[in-house]
Design a protein around this ligand. Structure first.
Ligand code: COA
Length: 172
């Protein structure tokens, strides 16, 4: 039986931390689906389509057993729909633990068949978050150590676009 895992998240944008986790998960499971949430509760700076394109460029093109998909609604319903048996989550630090434990417990409660598998982030990536990277990029800092080149370029473009729009709106 094909063992499928789902790696869910908002991925706004995908970072080397995410890339590393998905590549390791792909060695354990037959197929891993990077499932991008369609629920824009975080007010993402990248549209769903942009996030999917960045993931495609950084993760799925190089690995045959990594797929990409969009989900909305409950994660456990998506798991059921795809026949996946495990949710993959990366644990970066102790501070992640409480939130992740709550999420794993709720998901278990909602569907007892679903297991959550935690992978420890490498020390090199354990302090990365998409929000921090966006902040550094916004202020012109070097993010090349934290995100793939495609993402670094997209972030640069995004903030240039935002800056131009801001200047224009101040002028009129
Ligand atoms: N490396 C780098 N960064 C990582 C990381 C890693 N290994 N693991 C997590 N992160 C970062 C993310 O970039 C993100 O940073 P940000 O908040 O600055 O954007 C943060 O840690 C956690 O976000 P993410 O991994 O994207 O998950 P999320 O918490 O946004 O997504 C869902 C949570 C989508 C999985 C969850 O909300 C969900 O399941 N929603 C569906 C509704 C549902 O079923 N609810 C019931 C269960 S709670």
């Amino acid at each position: 039986m094909t063992k499928i895992a789902v790696y869910p998240g908002s991925f706004d944008p995908v970072t080397y931390g995410h890339v590393h986790i998905i590549q390791r998960a792909a060695k354990i499971f037959d197929k891993v689906i990077m499932a991008v949430t369609d629920d824009n509760y975080k007010n993402t700076i990248f549209s769903l389509e942009e996030r999917l394109n960045l993931i495609k460029a950084c993760c799925t093109q190089k690995n045959k057993n990594i797929e990409i998909d969009v989900f909305n609604g409950l994660l456990v319903d998506y798991m059921e729909k795809t026949g996946a048996v495990a949710i993959i989550r990366g644990l970066r630090a102790v501070s992640d633990f409480e939130y992740e434990m709550q999420m794993a417990s709720i998901n278990k409660h909602l569907n007892r068949r679903v297991e959550t598998v935690f992978l420890m982030s490498d020390a090199e990536y354990s302090f990365i978050s998409s929000t921090m990277i966006k902040n550094v990029a916004r202020l012109g800092g070097d993010i090349s150590h934290f995100v793939p080149e495609e993402v670094a370029i997209a972030l640069k473009e995004k903030y240039k676009e935002k800056y131009i729009n801001k200047v224009k709106s101040n002028r009129y």
